[in-house]
Design a protein around this ligand. Sequence first.
Ligand SMILES: [Mg+2]
Length: 182
Amino acid sequence: MRLGIDLDGVVADFNEGWMRRYNEQHGTELTPDLVDHWNAMISLTHFEDVGEFWEWAREWPHPRLFRDLPVVKGAKDSLDRLSRDHDIVIITTKPPWANHDTFAWIADNELPTSEVHITERKWLVDCDIYLDDGPHNLEALVVERPDRTICRFIQPWNDPVPGTVDVDSWETFETLVNQRWC
Ligand SMILES: [Mg+2]
């Protein structure tokens, strides 16, 4: 099967990554458990809007933010096991300036994939099962790909989305894939 896998919030720990840098720079003690809604970086920081946050993220010197994110616990091992029987298709949304860092991060962490899509229109990439944490992505996938299995990677910043299957860990996702495959 083709497994469409999101990166940030699913494989890459985006919050841990940007908070580490923000804390270094501003002497704050932000921790990922503070994030309980989408775009929480605005309410947790001095940034006025999302644009200001991305401007800060873009200007951070080498290694830049998206080259330097921790891997979510369990993700790499699960992807390695799943890749023995399935195609791992990475589908992620990034600002254009982060494209090279995204490819480099995938290489640095040796993700078992030969297909990467950087796009906002994730539903255009045809997969059998999708795994994502973004509320807007999940809703769009349900509408555009109603006959596929769409998994919500449960995070404090998303709520149940009708038409999706809840997945609370990489272990659960592996079990679900194996069940669908048999
Ligand atoms: Mg995501």
